[in-house]
Design a protein around this ligand. Sequence first.
Ligand code: EPS
Length: 389
Amino acid sequence: MPHFRWMTAGESHGPQLVAIVEGVPAGIPLRTDDINEDLARRQRGYGRGGRMKIETDRVEFAAGVRDGLTLGSPIAMTITNHDHQNWLDRMSPALMEIRPEAVTRPRPGHADLAGGLKYNRRDLRDILERASARETAARTAVGAVAKCLLAEVAIDVFAHVIAIGPVQVGPLDLPHAKLKSRARASDLACADEDAEARMKAAIRDAAHAGDTLGGVFEVIATDVPVGLGSHVHWDRKLDGRLAQALMSIQAIKGVEIGDGFRTAAMRGSQVHDAIHYDAFDKRFTRPTNRAGGLEGGITNGEAVVCRAAMKPIATLKKALPSVDVRTKEPFDAAFERSDVCAVAAASIVGEAMVAIALADALLEKFGSDSSRELVRNVGSYVAQCKEFE
Ligand code: EPS
């Protein structure tokens, strides 16, 4: 059973998104502002569509927080979908006298068709409402809770965009703090100003062509103690858990840890990170971090570095051929509105998912009922590692 348990509910145009988080120790500082900042960052980004002008995501606590601190009980959060007011007829949970028009035209690249067949729903709206990336607002809230937990033991998680369409950032040899502050200041969560300008041009070009763009983001977690995850069983390996967490984000098609796919074309001597010892700090160090902070499925004390590739958004003005599920006739998909590029938004969700996977691994190793107990457990273990001989 996971140690940081959570679940979201909610349809894209329903009244609310809901998240419940369980397993968070008592006494962790948690304010709505901590969560709202991440929700606002997820809404930003050059290339988002009309929906983001309607929504201003804000969280409300329904349970689990009192006086700015977690209680140790389940934390329940809600986010209002403002657009719901425009969808009252189509999204009503009540039986409608006049049935809203069914969606019968599946969009290639979406869950519409496979989901409709699987759940036996003739109205594909029953699938697309939940498959929508709107759900990631609730995940971002859960991730913000995980980040507050990690912050108790000084672990920080941030993301930055490294490619959009064909445009890639140049080599970035920046300290983590600088990388983070530059990404936070950018419309595209990109730390390279020159690349950011070219990414925006690529997004404009795609929009003019009625098309969409994907990209790649990187998530970095700093000050992660050595020893999260384990080599002993497949399902305890943290690299596998991080990959699953990132891959579960809507539209993600690939995940790498550290230098990932690039290492496959290199020799071992060029790939593995040498081990040094810092006698002052009493810790083992590595001059390079190609492993992305994970060896044998265990954190090794270096920064955890993961990347995820997002496919271009599937709702296209320039639609691909599809077939009406009712008539079986081909059609040219009707287009309402869509984001052109949501890689910057996805990077914030990536941040959330990595934080969730790390929070789970932290509680697995140091499981505690209170913040004080957690901090003490981590501190005594770190001291134990310094005495290792
Ligand atoms: C989405 C389609 C668009 C996006 C939405 C994800 O929404 P709509 O169908 O209302 O135009 O804006 O993203 C969000 C609402 C969000 O909060 O990120 C989809 O089909 O996945």
